[in-house]
Design a protein around this ligand. Sequence first.
Ligand SMILES: Cc1cc2nc3c(=O)[nH]c(=O)nc-3n(C[C@H](O)[C@H](O)[C@H](O)COP(=O)(O)OP(=O)(O)OC[C@H]3O[C@@H](n4cnc5c(N)ncnc54)[C@H](O)[C@@H]3O)c2cc1C
Ligand SMILES: NC(=O)c1ccc[n+]([C@@H]2O[C@H](COP(=O)([O-])OP(=O)(O)OC[C@H]3O[C@@H](n4cnc5c(N)ncnc54)[C@H](OP(=O)(O)O)[C@@H]3O)[C@@H](O)[C@H]2O)c1
Length: 472
Amino acid sequence: MSNPSPSVPDSRPYRVAVIGAGPSGLYTAEALLAGDENVHVDVYDRLPAPYGLVRYGVAPDHLKMKSVIRALVSTFDDAERVRFLGNVTVGPDGESGPAIPGEVLREHYHAVVYATGSANDRDLGVEGEDLAGSVGSGAFVAWYCGHPDAAGPGPALDATGAVVVGAGNVAIDVARMLARPAEDIAATDAHDVVLEALRGSAVTDVHVLIRRGPQHVRFTPAELRALAKLDDVEVVVHDDGVLAAGVEEPGERRMRQVLESLTEWRTDPPGPGGRRRIHLRFLRSPLRLVGRDGRVSGVQVERNQVTDDGRVRGTGETTTLDAGLVVRAIGYAGEQIPGLPFDEARGTVPHEQGRVLLGAEPLRGSYVTGWIKRGPTGVIGTNKSDGTETAASVLADLPDLANPSRPNGDAVLDRLREFGIEPVLWDDWLRVDAAEIALGEQRGGTERVKIADRRQMLDAARGTAPSRGRTR
Ligand SMILES: Cc1cc2nc3c(=O)[nH]c(=O)nc-3n(C[C@H](O)[C@H](O)[C@H](O)COP(=O)(O)OP(=O)(O)OC[C@H]3O[C@@H](n4cnc5c(N)ncnc54)[C@H](O)[C@@H]3O)c2cc1C
Ligand SMILES: NC(=O)c1ccc[n+]([C@@H]2O[C@H](COP(=O)([O-])OP(=O)(O)OC[C@H]3O[C@@H](n4cnc5c(N)ncnc54)[C@H](OP(=O)(O)O)[C@@H]3O)[C@@H](O)[C@H]2O)c1
């Protein structure tokens, strides 16, 4: 097929923009670069730092997970063919400042791959959800991970009770971060403000509200078992006798292992007598958040029954738990990307093998990868096969896509500046990286300390902050 609208004489190298430097964007970029030496890739992110949720979602105490960064960083090895352009929001102007519309950026590229994730917290839809002290896991996790949009003291941890709603790995992460001794967190990259807040935390009881039974949870055995290894934390299973009555042996190995741990802990709780407790409360849903002076003071909880087809039905039996913090960890939703179709119900962009679909037809030159493509599930590694699939579609289509109507290279940087955007390039990011490592040396016993404030990140990027060492 001939090129439909050759606006520049030579179509090579092919220019691809990847919007989002999380795992899916980076795995896609890596596969594009490996797949065709004529492809050049610009990876954009609205943050001055790469790695998406690996940096701003994976819990600070998951040090092994953070080592994925050592693999992701190699995406930027070939400086001739790949650039990082951080601090660039693609879309409408946002809270963090000016942005460049996707259709403007599109003029400089053969293809654009959206890897923007699913950052929005879902709501429970219960009374009192807007009270202070009621937060989504996205916001809470962003705070303890030092995300620049969430920098600050975070929600008050001045009450003994905290409630976490949900039965996925994020709920377990949040419960663990609230319960584990702050001294353990000191050995991580957590920002000093977060560390101070956790050190001063009054929380003694973390109640995890799980709307269905032990056989319906989404968390993984490794995450569950990690709770049993926390110092000075007791894990209490409240299952209304479901496990004692016996549940059908699940076919899935993950579930068999989860049930094994829960069954054991029901009679032999880990960490007995610990200073803090994590209560796993099955068959419970929040009915209403109770407030005092505009703040959450408790949660009215209803006992549920689960129907044979796995649906939840309230029994009308309620109790109230004291809590000054309620974190809903019930999943995420993607945000509509201007100019692209959107499936509101799924919170994703309709696609076929990564090619964005407008009705039944592909929207030429537009692609998706990662959570915005398949929804907010899957571990970091899941994004590798996903990115490979999208990259394969891009590589197959590139020879037939229209040439960019505007030049690339430095012209893109000039275009960004026309929109008031000063991008953070790879070497700029390495200065932030080095400044964080220097802060880690100052704290001692940790590889790095995150800089959470956007202004300070940008100062470090421009070389106005101390800089020593780097991650690779
Ligand atoms: C709290 C939490 C903890 C997790 N912990 C683990 C774990 O321990 N282990 C594990 O294997 N998996 C974990 N996961 C899952 C894993 O993080 C995801 O599978 C993965 O990050 C999804 O990748 P993504 O690239 O699609 O999205 P993201 O990682 O969210 O990356 C999206 C990127 O796009 C950028 N972006 C968004 N909009 C724009 C825009 N308009 N312009 C420019 N840039 C934009 C964002 O800044 C972000 O950097 C966790 C998930 C969450 C939510
Ligand atoms: N260490 C790790 O590997 C790690 C860490 C964090 C996250 N992740 C991954 O990241 C992805 C996202 O994790 P996640 O925990 O956000 O999502 P998730 O695994 O989809 O879990 C969401 C949980 O919320 C519950 N829920 C949904 N709506 C609810 C409501 N209205 N009331 C009460 N509960 C409700 C769901 O219960 P039902 O089942 O009843 O619907 C489910 O238990 C997952 O794939 C996860 O494995 C991995």
